[in-house]
Design a protein around this ligand. Sequence first.
Ligand code: ACO
Length: 391
Amino acid sequence: MSTHGLVVDRGLEGVVVGHTQLSNVEGQIGRLTYRGYDIDELAPEATFEEVVHLLLYGRLPDRHELDVLKRELGARRSLPEPLVNAMQSVPETAWPMDVLRTVVSGLALFSPVNAHGEHLSDVHTAIELIAKVPTIVAAWDRIRRGLAPIEPRSDLSQAGNFLYMRSGKLPSDVEEDALDTYFVLLADHSYNASTFAARVTASTRADAYAAVTSALATLQGDLHGGAANASYRTLTEVGSPANAEPYVRAVLARGDRIMGMGHREYKVRDPRARHLEAMAKRLAEHLGDPHNYEVARAVEDASRKVLQEKKPDNTIYANVDFYTAAVLADLGIPGDEFTPLFACGRIAGWTAHVLEQLADNRLIRPQATYEGPPPGPYIPIERRSSNGVHA
Ligand code: ACO
């Protein structure tokens, strides 16, 4: 759109606003790479910790480097006690995403400051945030159920430790692997809305805690990280595969969207959806309960069929959030914790982007075209009238 000679791109679609070496989204061919490594290889082969190293340090770790990173993650998982105490006094109805955003912001209160009163925003701050975000999510999960939080274990993986902190039991290999793969797939996605928010905040020279708090606030909405929970509501409302098509027809007939479908960048099926679908199937077999997987499959098939009937060349396919719903539900995680779980993976990318922004910073400050009234004189209050006719 062009206004007053300036080109306005609503939603910044197609606008290039910066550089990154962290990840590349090739939406026309459905390829996602982290520093040149295809997620098709990383998802089955690499652990989340290897991907964290890749994003933060620029290369996949050797065995020693991986051990060092795992030790640091393990050592930084515990939360400051006052923050756990504060969570204990939050109403149990509080939404997990609100709790996560608030407590992450609170971490800054306990972080050391330099001589100017500023927090450090270095690779160790990044590792601390990556380590602590799952602890916050698991602690609130237990506190709101009236249970005492479980101290993190330093000898477990990020995924294994998260599942352990929720239940107090060690997960099976299939469960740990499913969550680990989910974290790998979610780790980064170029300048998506929440990452862009983190970079805007970091560009003002605010610290990493502030930048990640911005990212968490931006992740919340159902056009972004909130879609997996909305997609899970779809699975529960549909109830059985036979209901999928009438449900999809009804949603589209009233002008609504199928949650977990469509993407600004991908014009083919999101490559992450393929891995998550396979993981949902594997988990279903492991649990001996294919319900969530089969309903999700039926909703995707019905959506494609009905969307194509409406517009044969439509490009609305399953995105990352679609099969996330089946995977996380089968791991026993309630729907309102799906967005916080997204954050447990994306925190790797957010912090890496903050460091990348700070390493070559320029304030991010776009323009807008002004469409309000033309310049006019100030009207003293005694002469003002709400009908616009002033004395
Ligand atoms: N169901 C039905 N129709 C859809 C869907 C959908 N899920 N997504 C887009 N469309 C339609 C829109 O109605 C619109 O149709 P129109 O041209 O006839 O008006 C057209 O496709 C383009 O829609 P936009 O919103 O302009 O496309 P955009 O590229 O901005 O949309 C978005 C991307 C916001 C993700 C959209 O596909 C959507 O709302 N999806 C559902 C929510 C969702 O799954 N979000 C998670 C995205 S992945 C992530 O952030 C992790």
